[in-house]
Design a protein around this ligand. Structure first.
Ligand code: AHR
Length: 318
């Protein structure tokens, strides 16, 4: 793979000229015949969403689709992700991709990638950075919008509720965005918040403690379905009825999440679709070929309430 001007976008005029070259006129992919070597650091199998996301990436980035993928499972550890990124840079892959466990702390390794002229693509979560061209593009959900959708529902349907906010991994793009979005619309209803680390066990334990600390809590906003399902267990263990005494609002729309919604244990689930491997493949091809990409590709999702149908539940692929 020949790397050509992969850092940053081509100016519009140059992009237009490139679009008229014979290779582009052929409508083909100018990486054809030469596998795109991708080093990808996933942040581990936190739960069903993450497992589905990894499966989607693996299914799309195959040799048959023109990719050579090296995937590193980095156990929710930023040090592990940084070490993986350094390995990929040393291997001189065509593109480094990663799902950052938290937003901060990537500048040093991203500078190393830039110095080595290896383009970087953010997958799922975003980062904060002081570097001007730290990465080529990001593909993933709009976490703020997800939080706003949940907050809007609470504001409209449970305006007097006292909310416990069950946060994802602190400092992660998903936690920061969902919290900002939710709090913008229903922040004055939040009486307490704590992180359950995006896992079911974390959601259960932290909600159990929260129901003791704030006995008047009657609504939990969980930053993902796995934690929401843990929260439902904790509500029951506390002798209260999920969906009646304590309502639960969540994000992801896993099959288990939607089953709990249909059963009346959850009240609302905002979808965050993990199945964007094919879209990612398109982005990676363009970046590897030095072709222009948008600053961000937003993966869109739906919202499900108690009107969810059995067909919708069973149609879930994750
Ligand atoms: O970054 C996306 C979030 O991470 C998903 O909502 C969650 O389930 C996952 O662990």
């Amino acid at each position: 793979m020949v790397r050509r001007g992969v850092r940053g976008l081509l100016p519009a005029v140059l992009a237009a000229v490139v679009a008229l070259t014979p290779a582009a006129c052929g409508g083909g992919d100018d990486t054809a015949g030469d596998a795109v070597r991708v080093g990808y650091s996933q942040l581990s199998a936190e739960g069903s969403w993450r497992a589905a996301n990894t499966a989607s990436v693996r299914a799309a980035l195959t040799p048959e689709h023109g990719f050579e993928l090296e995937l590193s499972d980095d156990q929710q550890k930023q040090e592990g992700q940084i070490a993986a990124l350094r390995r990929f840079i040393a291997d001189d892959v065509d593109v480094v991709a990663f799902s950052p466990v938290v937003e901060d702390g990537w500048d040093e390794v991203l500078r190393e990638a830039a110095d080595a002229d290896v383009p970087v693509v953010l997958v799922d979560r975003g980062i904060t950075t002081a570097l001007p061209d730290a990465y080529a593009t990001r593909i993933g959900a709009d976490f703020r919008s997800e939080g706003r959708r949940a907050g809007r529902w609470v504001r409209r349907n449970a305006p007097g509720a006292r909310v416990f906010e069950l946060q994802g991994t602190l400092g992660s793009g998903a936690q920061v965005g969902r919290q900002e979005g939710f709090d913008a619309l229903a922040g004055d209803q939040v009486v307490g918040a704590a992180t359950g680390g995006f896992t079911r066990a974390g959601g259960r334990d932290v909600t159990a403690a929260a129901l003791e600390a704030w006995p008047d809590v009657d609504l939990v906003f969980a930053h993902n379905d796995d934690m929401a399902l843990g929260a439902v267990e904790a509500v029951r263990a506390a002798g209260r009825r999920p969906g009646v005494d304590v309502r639960v609002v969540s994000v992801d729309a896993t099959r288990q999440g939607l089953r709990a919604l249909a059963a009346g244990d959850l009240d609302l689930v905002v979808e965050c679709d993990p199945d964007f491997g094919e879209q990612l493949a398109g982005v990676l091809r363009r970046v590897a070929a030095g072709r222009p990409v948008p600053a961000e590709t937003i993966v869109r999702g739906d919202v499900f309430d108690r009107t969810v149908t059995p067909e919708q539940v069973e149609a879930r692929t994750y």
